[in-house]
Design a protein around this ligand. Structure first.
Ligand code: PLP
Length: 376
């Protein structure tokens, strides 16, 4: 199997699997006052420290959630609920993941003004364009770090720094799902009040995410009840999944640079092969994260091509996993020419991939070009 769909999800690493199993055995409720509860609580806190350390944060700033989608919903609806009548403007981008975009759409229906800043003609984002949309009535600026369809890196750091300088009370949120553990993400450099993270994109288990909340920042809790996670996210914690998340962070945090270099070489190999091939184009910019490369095979439809590759044991995505065959508006936002938009494949790497696998992919694409029916 050649697995090139790591932006959809990653294979859990052995350390995360072992931690989940250990967590299932260490089955006490972390809120129980007896020894079994205490053991579970200690494991949960160890994992919290690992996630926090990976982000340069302190453990008290990390809340465990069920996924990044929950983290972002919590922030966006929480920010909206905590503002007065006047501050009803939200600034975001036109390429956010649906877990952010859908929340903004809903708030727009409820009367918020949502400004979706678009990339420039060359597909890149300018921090100035985003900043120009922010005013004193802006309650929240939400800008992702790495786009999940093209790997584009957005100027979140510069935007948030300038927003905080001019409008210190405006909240800043960053969806770091595709950047965490791939680029050096640290709250010491990224002035976000909130950061959404997901374990299953970093070789951890599914069903567990985290929300970073900068010390001193308050929004209402999204889930209320038993008061777990210091009252911010009620519900008995999934200690096994939390432990798996912590183990994945511990494993990956020391190797961001090394893994980046390896994946960079894979992206270079893919770019080289695409330039040699007839009718295969790279949609992602050379400055994008090398972990995600959007390509287009002119004249072939994404879905049959994806299934053709699958028959050869090669797994890729058409656009993003969330779009499930629907045409992606994000690809158009990044100025991919109209004639290529139905022909997009997303190749997303992990450090476990090899150059040989890239060659296998491109051989299979070339075979598909000779075999599959072309779009008329
Ligand atoms: N944000 C981005 C950029 C993503 O790529 C994804 C998943 O594809 C999510 C958020 C949602 O993550 P989760 O599956 O943990 O809800």
């Amino acid at each position: 199997m050649v697995y090139f769909d790591n932006a959809a999800t990653t294979k859990p690493c052995p350390e995360a699997v072992a931690a989940v199993v250990k967590g299932l055995e260490c089955f006490g409720n972390p809120s129980s006052l007896h020894g079994l509860g205490l053991a579970a609580e200690q494991e949960r806190e160890k994992a919290r420290s690992a996630v926090a350390a990976a982000l340069g944060a302190s453990p008290e700033e990390i809340v465990f959630t069920s996924c990044a989608t929950e983290s972002s919903n919590t922030v966006i609806f929480g920010a909206a609920a905590s503002v007065g009548k006047r501050k009803k403007r939200i600034v975001t981008t036109s390429v956010e993941h649906p877990s952010v975009a859908a929340c903004c759409n809903k708030l727009e229906e409820e009367g918020f003004g949502v400004i979706r800043v678009r990339p420039r003609e060359d597909g890149s984002f300018s921090a100035e364009d985003i900043l120009a949309a922010v005013d004193e009535n802006t309650c929240l600026v939400t800008c992702m770090l790495v786009n999940n369809e093209t790997g584009s890196i957005l100027p979140a750091e510069r935007v948030f720094a300038a927003v905080k300088k001019r409008f210190p009370r405006t909240l800043t949120h960053c969806d770091c799902v595709q950047g965490f553990m791939k680029l050096p993400v640290s709250v010491k450099k990224l002035p976000a009040d909130f950061i959404s993270l997901s374990a299953h994109k970093i070789h951890g288990p599914k069903g567990i995410g985290a929300l970073y909340i900068r010390k001193g920042v308050h929004i209402p809790a999204f889930m209320i009840g038993g008061g777990q996670e210091k009252g911010f996210r009620s519900g008995t914690e999934s200690v096994p999944l939390i432990m798996g998340f912590g183990a994945a962070c511990e494993k990956l945090s020391g190797s961001i640079g090394q893994r980046f270099e390896k994946v960079f070489r894979l992206r270079d190999r893919l770019a080289e092969k695409c330039s040699e091939a007839e009718g295969v184009f790279i949609n992602s910019s050379p400055e994008a994260s090398p972990y995600i490369v959007s390509i287009a095979v002119e004249g072939l439809k994404s879905e049959p091509l994806l299934h053709f590759l699958e028959q050869k044991g090669i797994y890729v995505s058409s656009g993003s996993a969330c779009s499930k065959g629907k045409k992606s508006s994000v690809i158009a936002e990044f100025r991919v020419p109209e004639r290529l938009r139905d022909s997009v494949l997303r190749i997303s790497f992990s450090e476990d991939n090899t150059e040989d696998e890239v060659d296998r992919l491109m051989d299979a694409v070339s075979e598909a070009q000779k075999t599959l029916a072309r779009i008329r």
